[in-house]
Design a protein around this ligand. Structure first.
Ligand code: SF4
Ligand code: SF4
Length: 309
């Protein structure tokens, strides 16, 4: 297999796995504990050992992992390089704000930084390169393709706009009931926390997403339901990183449309030259890898030139 055919897939997997590994290493500490016979024991634990033990007196000493200087926290809020900057999920912040919760300055600044990175430059890249659920849904969709479920008649129709309704509903419910509504059932943070700190009942939410994508609907969760993906789509509507279509190279084979998880993004294929403007594009690069005619590539400059016309 040619490297060009899998280069974005490899990059995506390296980013997703590296981010998970960094969070695992950064959140672990080596602790000396008292056991029941008051002998000392050394163990490695993730997260806040005191709350895990339920009794801080049983923790005799705690040595944070050397990676804790790189990152600590989770995908909702993390502190980087010893607190030089924070990264915060803007959707969590909006829900907490609407629910009437207090927001620390570093949390707010972290959300603004994330909004600026994705809003100005990267668009919905979070979904393709960061989100751990993407590993689950990509696997479900790979199996779906292999098992021939995609050719079976579709039994369920859900509009791709549903995710925007769920986003609005999540914010409304947060304001009405005073709780961060989506966070109560958010499979993304359940999976991330589960991998980093230990999996609990969150595994059922992750399994539900996997089964929904495998048995019910192609690209079901990310393409139709997830409010976080919807938020990053809205946030990155005018982001600079885009996929550009070179009409003169296109042979209209439509391989790109076949592999794209958001096919409506590729409506201009074979018809219109220039950047693809639809906000739901993940910038996953699948269409670029699939194209044998050099008719698609990532572009930043072309977008700015086009907008100036
Ligand atoms: S749509 Fe949601 S679950 Fe899917 S990759 Fe994006 S943030 Fe993750
Ligand atoms: S248009 Fe290309 S980069 Fe965008 S979501 Fe579809 S396959 Fe991914």
């Amino acid at each position: 297999m040619k490297f060009a055919k899998i280069k974005y897939l490899l990059l995506r997997r390296i980013c997703q796995v590296s981010i998970l590994v960094l969070f695992i290493l950064g959140n672990y500490s080596i602790a000396t504990l008292k056991n029941v016979q008051y002998k000392q024991e050394v163990g490695i634990f993730g997260g806040n050992i005191e709350s895990l033990m339920g009794d801080s007196s049983s923790v005799l000493a705690k040595e944070p992992s050397i990676f804790s200087h790189i990152v600590q926290g989770n995908l909702s809020h993390s502190s980087w390089f010893g607190g030089i900057f924070s990264l915060t999920d803007p959707l969590s912040v909006m829900q907490i704000f609407l629910a009437g919760g207090g927001l620390a300055l570093d949390v707010l600044l972290g959300a603004l930084l994330v909004a600026a990175i994705y809003g100005i430059f990267l668009g919905r890249v979070y979904c393709a390169f960061v989100c751990p659920i993407n590993l689950v849904t990509d696997f479900a969709n790979f199996l779906r393709d292999k098992l021939g479920f995609n050719t079976a008649q579709r039994k369920l129709f859900i509009s791709r706009s549903t995710r925007f309704v769920i986003l609005g509903l999540g914010l409304l419910l947060s304001a009405l009931f005073g709780v961060a509504a989506f966070e109560l059932i958010n499979p993304i943070s359940m999976l991330h926390r589960g991998v980093v700190f230990g999996m609990g009942f969150g595994i059922f939410a992750v399994l539900a997403v996997f089964c929904f994508d495998l048995f019910v609907l192609k690209n079901g969760f990310c393409g139709h339901i997830c409010p976080l993906g919807a938020m990053y789509s809205l946030l990155g509507k005018f982001a600079l990183l885009r996929v550009k279509h070179t009409l003169s190279n296109c042979t209209k084979c439509m391989e790109c449309v076949r592999v794209c998880p958001e096919p409506e993004v590729l409506k201009p294929i074979g018809k219109q030259d220039g950047i693809l403007k639809t906000m739901t594009c993940l910038r996953c690069g699948r269409c670029i890898e699939a194209c044998d005619d050099n008719a698609l590539h990532f572009s930043i400059l072309h977008f700015t030139q086009k907008e100036k016309k």
